[in-house]
Write a protein that binds this ligand. Structure first.
Ligand code: HEC
Length: 186
């Protein structure tokens, strides 16, 4: 049936970037709706009734997936892999490093990323791509990812952004201080 195929396509597309729990929820819903329809609908009305329901499920799922995904590009699965040079790095500093990180952040990052990491610094308006919403990024990105991105900036593919590299300007310790600080963003 055409409707089911659309749903299937949608499902397959989503499962690659969303987690399996959402996929499972979706499958279970489909099965329940199929069963309900088998028992409540006379054969000739089957298509008439099942179609609007499938569309409703489709829209509902889209809504839920969008809500859970929190803005497409920010999901973990879509981030490029951390290069070997940085992969697996962990923050050697404790939470008290956030104070030093705040000072560095306000000097070197806030003009683009905004005082609270919401991507609303005064320089943000003129940039394309826009500065990341760090308050959302830090919830899902690993420490090694954050360290890498701050150290190397965004001049390389696939980012191609004006995000400046801090390597050579900030020491590793200072970068970790900034990582510690931006992790406090909500
Ligand atoms: C000139 C503006 C600018 C400044 C200054 C800047 N950034 Fe960025 N930053 C960007 C832009 C634009 C992006 C989005 C494109 C990209 O990922 O490169 C970004 C992306 C990032 C990312 C990656 C987010 C993601 O989802 O992949 C992190 C982490 C980050 N910035 C942290 C910082 C920190 C910490 C500082 C200060 C040391 C800083 N940035 C300074 C513009 C800036």
């Amino acid at each position: 049936m055409f409707g089911a195929q659309v749903i299937n396509l949608f499902f397959i597309k989503q499962i690659t970037r969303k987690d399996a729990v959402q996929g499972l929820y979706f499958q279970v819903r489909r099965i329940i709706i199929k069963i309900v329809n088998r028992f409540t609908t006379p054969k000739e009305d089957y298509m008439k009734k099942v179609f609007p329901m499938l569309i409703a499920v489709f829209l509902l799922s889209a809504l839920i997936l969008t809500a859970c995904g929190g803005g497409g590009e920010q999901t973990t699965s879509q981030r490029p892999a951390v290069p070997a040079e940085y992969a697996g790095k962990t923050n050697p500093l404790g939470s008290d490093a956030a104070a030093a990180g705040k000072t560095i952040y306000e000097e070197r990052c806030a003009s683009c990323h905004g005082p609270n990491g919401a991507g609303d610094g005064p320089a943000a308006a003129g940039l394309d791509p826009k500065p990341a919403h760090l308050n959302e990024v830090v919830g899902t990105a690993g420490d090694d990812y954050l360290f890498w991105r701050i150290a190397e900036g965004g001049s390389m593919a696939p980012f191609n952004s004006s995000m400046p590299a801090q390597k050579g300007i900030l020491t590793d310790e200072q970068i970790w201080q900034v990582v510690t600080y931006i992790k406090t963003f909500k």
